[in-house]
Design a protein around this ligand. Structure first.
Ligand code: ADP
Ligand code: MG
Length: 674
């Protein structure tokens, strides 16, 4: 049950007719006609003039107005980039890929994406020497900056979705600002910087970028009717499904629905529920086309999200916050906002880096609402009460102020910069920087917390596009003679989970995977499954995955990641040897990077982390749930009603004394009662 909310506050000056064509006719327009209909089109010359005139420019414009897809093309057709390239960063890989594919199609290159328009995301580079417009994740541009801190390949760097304030974008702000200045001083070709977003604190950004100019692309959105639930819903997923069917029974078939949820598992579960229920003869309404949209999706599936549903079929897109401002889908009339988002948060006090489903901010809530009013008047159902809305944070805290900084600190060190001296737009907390340095010191990447350079080991570590703890593990594998296995485990941990656990078939899933089970824990179990997968022919892989409740796409992604990591190892001349069936070296090797992620048995089924003495529990999904090994190493912490460890390997305290003697002496306090 919902009550009426206040209409969305006016956010920007909104004046031109955004897409006065409705989505049905739009689908019949040619791609070039679609481009000309975008609100940004009539501003084209004015924009180009501003871009010519200013070296740094902030561009604000309503989501869907054409910033991401059009501006790089305008620059390219006007040949403003001379012989350089245009880089456009995106916080999420799914956005970088889908936008690049769209723009390649708009440009009409016969070779498709990878020619004039390309993309680079972690573990995937689809560009060529002919590429002029390159979409890339912010993390990838940062890696490129580590090779060339002046970014000489580019004449334009466009930092898109700047309001998201991901850790990488925040660091890039400082890097490009510095590169622009250095290039000017050295009389090299100038670097133009564009900062784009749908919503941001312009003054704060402008001040940081030497009081640069900001331009507003005025647009117009339609009113959205907002409804809140009357009571709060703990199970917001079910509430989303129920709300969907309430809409589905009444709304015309061509009114599409967008549901915001938090991640792959949740989205797939809700998608499945909607598919099944919509086929129920008791449920009235048109057919339903369900389109999930999340980070690790295969590109073919991503495209279907943009295709209109056939006659008499309602499209329902179930997305993460990628559909908030990065990706715009036509035809959406209804938004159902679950009110949650998955975010990584680091707690310096507990030393735990947690992936946690948490409430969105008020700003995000209005962005989500806005998705319903892009083409005509729309409706937004918020699966939270008005009182809950009032309690939401006003805006999202920049990631740099809440994340584990060791990756950023090591990347800056690779550039010869100590994080304490870096020109951040908003400085990260001092204790987080210090914690990162201490971790890097224990890993052997720096000599001391004052260092502004890396040790030889640290220099090797930054070659891997990984968290330094995992790079360390790969580099230690030489000593333990198990690189073959370690590469697999690290690759599997770099993507989404491969084991499916549908709630209705949990038992069957577990039974079918019994043969992979290792008494030493989840990482070895994963390894066992992967070893079997790899020896299968490509025709039998699909059925094998199906039989064992394994996500085919995630495991093949891991295989791809493994190949990429292997290439880095080969460049570093690391011998790829296998430890065969003896898994002890693997467990020890994991400890060389993850010694700070160890918990010891405290009392009946309860564990305490060695690092900051936090009480934790073993997650029921772990293969060692129910057993009580004295020491466990973990790779994931999830917080629900309690704090749970997921991804475990049993280890021995003696190994800790051998690997990190000082750390072990100061942190292990064996509970003598056990
Ligand atoms: P902005 O960056 O201002 O939010 P975009 O440039 O991303 O806007 O989008 C402009 C238009 O292009 C939108 O109407 C969107 O629906 C359309 N569009 C973007 N990607 C695709 C795609 N892959 N398929 C079809 N349309 C797309
Ligand atoms: Mg955009």
């Amino acid at each position: 049950v919902f009550n009426n909310g206040s209409p969305p506050r006016k956010r920007l000056a909104l004046n031109i007719n955004v897409n006065s064509n409705n989505f049905v006719s739009k689908n019949k327009l040619s791609i070039q006609e679609q481009r000309r209909k975008l609100p940004i089109f009539e501003k084209r010359n004015k924009l180009l003039e501003l871009i010519r005139r200013h070296n740094t420019l902030i561009i604000l414009g309503e989501t869907g107005s054409g910033k991401t897809t059009q501006i790089p093309q305008y620059i390219n057709s006007a040949r403003l980039q001379n012989n350089g390239k245009i880089a456009i960063t995106q916080p999420r890989r799914v956005a970088a890929i889908s936008v690049a594919m769209r723009v390649a199609q708009e440009i009409g290159d016969s070779g498709g994406v990878g020619e004039t328009v390309g993309y680079t995301v972690r573990f995937e580079d689809v560009t060529s020497p002919r590429t002029k417009i390159k979409y890339l994740t912010d993390g990838m541009l940062l890696r490129e900056a580590m090779v060339d801190n002046l970014l000489m390949e580019y004449t334009f760097v466009i930092l898109d979705e700047a309001h998201e304030r991901t850790i990488h974008t925040d660091v890039l702000f400082g890097i490009v600002k510095q590169a622009q200045k250095a290039r000017a001083e050295k009389k090299l070709r100038p670097l133009k910087i564009l900062i784009m977003s749908a919503t941001m604190d312009v003054d704060h950004f402008s001040e940081y970028f030497n009081n640069c100019q900001a331009v507003y692309l005025e647009g117009r959105t339609y009113p959205v009717n907002v409804y809140y639930t009357l009571t709060s819903h703990e199970d917001y997923q079910t509430a989303c499904v129920a709300t969907f069917f309430k809409i589905h029974r009444q709304a015309p078939w061509d009114h599409d629905v967008l549901i915001f949820l938090t991640g792959q598992e949740e989205i797939e579960a809700v998608a499945q529920q909607i598919r099944i229920l919509s086929r129920d003869p008791d449920v009235s309404g048109p057919s339903v086309k369900v389109c999930p949209l999340y980070a690790s999706q295969p590109t073919t599936q991503q495209i279907t999200v943009f295709q209109p549903a056939p006659e008499n079929t309602r499209k329902v897109v179930i997305a993460t916050n990628v559909a908030e401002t990065s990706i715009t889908i036509s035809g959406i009339r209804f938004v159902i906002d679950g009110g949650m988002v998955k975010a990584r948060t680091y707690h310096p006090a507990t030393g735990l880096d947690m992936l946690k489903v948490q409430r969105i901010s008020q700003e995000q809530s209005w962005q989500r609402t806005g998705r319903a009013g892009r083409e005509t008047e729309g409706y937004c159902y918020r699966i939270y009460t008005r009182a809950q809305y009032e309690l939401l944070q006003k805006s999202t805290i920049p990631e740099i102020q809440r994340a584990n900084l060791s990756t950023v600190v090591i990347q800056l060190l690779a550039l010869g910069i100590h994080a304490a001296n870096f020109d951040f737009m908003d400085k990260p907390p001092k204790d987080c920087v210090l914690a990162a340095f201490e971790q890097l010191k224990l890993l052997g990447a720096v000599e001391s917390v004052e260092s502004s350079s890396l040790t030889p080991l640290g220099k090797k570590m930054v070659q891997f596009p990984l968290d330094p703890r995992f790079s360390k593990i790969i580099l230690s594998a030489q000593e333990y003679e198990c690189l073959e296995e370690i590469l697999t485990i690290v690759a599997l941990l770099s993507g989404e989970a491969i084991f499916l656990n549908p709630s209705s078939k949990r038992e069957q899933a577990t039974t079918s995977r019994q043969k992979f089970l290792s008494p030493y824990g989840d990482h070895i179990t994963l390894l066992n499954a992967f070893r079997v997968y790899r020896n299968l022919g490509s025709n039998s892989q699909r059925s094998w995955c199906h039989e064992h409740y394994i996500n085919m796409r995630n495991i093949s992604y891991a295989a791809q990641v493994r190949t990429q990591l292997l290439e880095v190892c080969q460049r570093l001349k690391l011998p790829v040897v296998s430890c065969g069936n003896d898994v002890e070296p693997i467990r020890k090797c994991l400890l060389t990077g993850l010694f700070m992620n160890v918990a010891e048995l405290h009392k009946e089924k309860q564990y305490i982390t060695l690092d900051k003495r936090q009480v934790v529990n073993i997650h029921p999904s772990s293969v060692i749930h129910g057993q009580q090994p004295k020491f466990v190493l973990f790779t994931e912490v999830v917080q629900t009603s309690k704090c749970y460890l997921r991804g475990l390997t049993t280890v021995e305290s003696q190994w800790l004394y051998d690997i990190v003697p000082d750390y072990a002496r100061s942190h292990i306090r064996l509970n003598k009662d056990l």
